[in-house]
Design a protein around this ligand. Structure first.
Ligand code: MN
Ligand code: MN
Length: 408
């Protein structure tokens, strides 16, 4: 079926007594409108529509014919989240409240201007982070009274175990932006244990007794509403922030993920970070995947847990197979969150003209995946043949080694 021409769009709109802003604007420029139809199925959408969203979701508007059945929503964009703006930067979150399927993992996207501080705090969930932009100084101590101070840049990670108190501060020249991942979908960035909050809700004589100083010493502690993410002077060198006499934490809370030697294929790379290379990160493991245009993260699944994704760069579509004939396809671009429920088969295809980069994140101490191709290659060929009726050439093309990213 042909794309409707400018004339048929105008005629249809006029016949319906309806010329929406979207159809009128498109008719004037002579652009073709994406329509929810494929040969022999569907029809045009002459009524009200959000054209920008339709264009971002070509595989929702015109699903592959192989899609079938009802799957929960597996995509949410940080662009659809409320942004909390403070004097030192901003934050927004995608939790189970935004993406209902994500019961085990929540994500936060935060910007700290140069000098901007995420107030000293702690929380029940463990915190894993990936640096997206700029540089930051992070601090923490553990329950043994061992301390941690480090500077992190793009591609670096940190991990703060549950209950461990910490801070983050943007450095020169332009602060930082990062992704936080928490091992609890119910996590709420607006509901953490803040340093100033506890001071404000403790009687003055108790503070006096606790610290062994006069109660008047605490008269200038600001209201928690003034901190949380607040502007402060940019700190000095990392060396100047080391605490004299402090014992460093036994397992470092930071890790240079981008510095890891990647698994390389013709069309991409994969870096895997779990406790085998970042021992502190006990509850979160991750893979950083790069796929060249036309390439694809191969058909696979994870035998241990759900997958939570963050798209860093480029554009993609992901097909998810949910058993019982159910399958759905979702589109993603930078800043989007994706989700794959436990054990469901999936692939992620680069649908753009630039490299695709995304994170696969798991609530697990270890990374694991099963490759469809490798499974078939390592199964007696007669048995595979009895199932799929493949010819000899196709059977011979199966890979006994794993190729996580395949070419177009
Ligand atoms: Mn935190
Ligand atoms: Mn996966």
């Amino acid at each position: 079926m042909d794309e409707p021409t400018r004339r048929t769009v105008l005629a249809a709109a006029a016949a319906g007594g309806l010329l929406t802003a979207a159809t009128a604007a498109v008719a004037q420029t002579g652009e073709t409108l994406p329509q929810p139809q494929r040969p022999g199925h569907g029809g045009t959408d002459p009524g009200p529509r959000n054209l920008a969203r339709d264009r971002q979701n070509p595989d929702l508007l015109v699903p592959p014919a192989t899609d079938h059945g009802t799957l929960p929503n597996l995509r949410f964009s940080f662009s659809d989240s409320h942004v909390r703006q403070e004097s030192g930067g901003w934050t927004r979150q995608v939790t189970v409240r935004e993406l209902g399927i994500s019961k085990g993992i929540a994500g936060v996207n935060m910007r700290l201007n140069a000098g901007g501080v995420r107030e000293l705090h702690w929380h029940k969930a463990a915190e894993w982070a990936y640096m997206l932009y700029g540089t930051a100084r992070i601090t923490a101590i553990d329950s043994q009274g061992q301390n941690f101070v480090d500077d992190v840049g793009v591609g670096d990670l940190w991990y703060f175990p549950s209950g461990v108190p910490h801070s983050i501060q943007g450095l020169n020249p332009d602060g930082c932006e990062f992704l936080l991942v928490f091992d609890d979908g119910e996590f709420d960035e607006d509901n953490t244990f803040l340093l100033s909050d506890w001071f404000k809700h403790t009687p003055n004589d108790v503070l006096s007794k606790n610290f062994g100083v006069p109660g008047a010493s605490f008269s200038k502690v600001p209201d928690p509403s003034e901190l949380y993410i607040f502007a402060a002077p940019v700190p000095g060198t990392l060396a100047s922030d080391k605490i004299a006499g402090a014992t460093p934490v036994s397992e470092t809370f930071s890790h240079r993920m981008l510095a890891q030697q990647p698994i390389k294929t013709k069309s991409g790379t994969v870096r895997i970070t779990d406790t085998s290379v970042f021992p502190a990160s006990k509850t979160i493991s991750a893979a950083l995947v790069e796929v060249q245009p036309g390439g694809m993260r191969e058909m696979h699944w994870h035998p241990n847990t759900d997958e939570w994704q963050y798209y860093i760069e480029g554009q993609a579509r992901m097909g998810v197979f949910a058993a019982s004939g159910q399958a759905r396809t979702f589109d993603f671009m930078a800043g989007d969150v994706g989700y794959v429920p436990f054990a469901m088969g999936h692939y992620v295809e680069n649908t753009g003209t630039t490299p695709l980069r995304f994170l696969e994140v798991f609530k697990s101490s270890y990374y694991a995946d099963v490759s469809l191709n490798q499974w078939l290659a390592l199964t007696p060929p007669e048995l595979v043949q009895a199932h799929l009726k493949l010819d000899a050439q196709t059977l011979a093309a199966l890979h006994k080694d794993k190729f996580p990213v395949v070419p177009g």
